[in-house]
Design a protein around this ligand. Structure first.
Ligand code: NI
Ligand code: MN
Length: 226
């Protein structure tokens, strides 16, 4: 699996010949100016919840590439009404076998209003597994005891967790989350984009290290083999 970070909570995974893009928020993000949205050619777009900073570019990319948009039922319905053709609705606790692997839509403690005020269903995250890797992207969430269920049932290779605090978990809770999900390799997202969520990189990495865990902070555009 190859992961590419596009800033904020947007990243893509390349696996089994497919590209899966998560939470596209690129063109409104001044920090992601180096990323050309038009060059992204995902096969799937996975959206964790209805907030602008997780879906701003989803409609444009979906219409241009015919990628299949996967999210909760309410968000998928909203996109169908906008004319997005390929969609797959899910809801919390449900799994589906896609051609790139299994996807489970997991619980998150957050909110999920869509940009026009429409109801965005319950916010979630994604547990993804195939022959190459097993990983968990929590989406925007607080630390939750439900994460223990993931740690008990899955052997994760890595996790993508928000660490910016204020709107989601901060560093300390993300370390506990990593313990709950039983995973020592964490890619941090949802930090530095706005003033509310700026973090001290070195301090964050040291805090994870002190608990025997690795925090990876990718540069925007950076790729990493997992
Ligand atoms: Ni959010
Ligand atoms: Mn967010």
């Amino acid at each position: 699996m190859e992961i590419t970070f596009y800033g904020h909570a947007c990243f893509s995974i390349k696996t089994k010949g497919k590209t899966i893009l998560f939470d596209p928020f690129i063109s409104p993000n001044p920090k992601a100016k180096s990323v050309d949205v038009n060059k992204l050619t995902p096969d799937y777009i996975l959206i964790s919840h209805g907030h602008e900073d997780h879906l701003a570019d989803a409609e444009t990319i979906a219409k241009k590439t015919n990628a299949t948009l996967v999210s909760n039922f309410e968000i998928v319905t909203w996109y169908q009404q906008k004319g997005v053709e390929n969609t797959h609705p899910m809801n919390i606790g449900g799994s589906w076998k896609f051609d790139f692997g299994m996807v489970k839509y997991t619980n998150a403690i957050h909110s999920s209003m869509l940009p026009d005020g429409s109801y965005g269903g319950n916010p979630g995250g994604f547990l993804i597994k195939n022959e190459e890797n097993s990983f968990y992207y929590s989406g925007d969430t607080a630390l939750t005891m439900d994460m223990k269920l993931i740690g008990n049932s899955e052997k994760l290779d890595f996790a993508v967790l928000p660490i910016g605090d204020n709107f989601t978990m901060g560093i300390d809770d993300a370390i506990i989350a990593a313990e709950f999900i039983n995973c020592n390799k964490v890619i941090g997202v949802h930090y530095d984009t706005f003033g509310y969520i700026e973090i001290k990189h070195k301090e964050a990495i040291e805090k994870f290290k002190a608990k025997g865990k690795e925090l990876i902070l990718l540069n925007i555009g950076e790729k990493m083999l997992m």
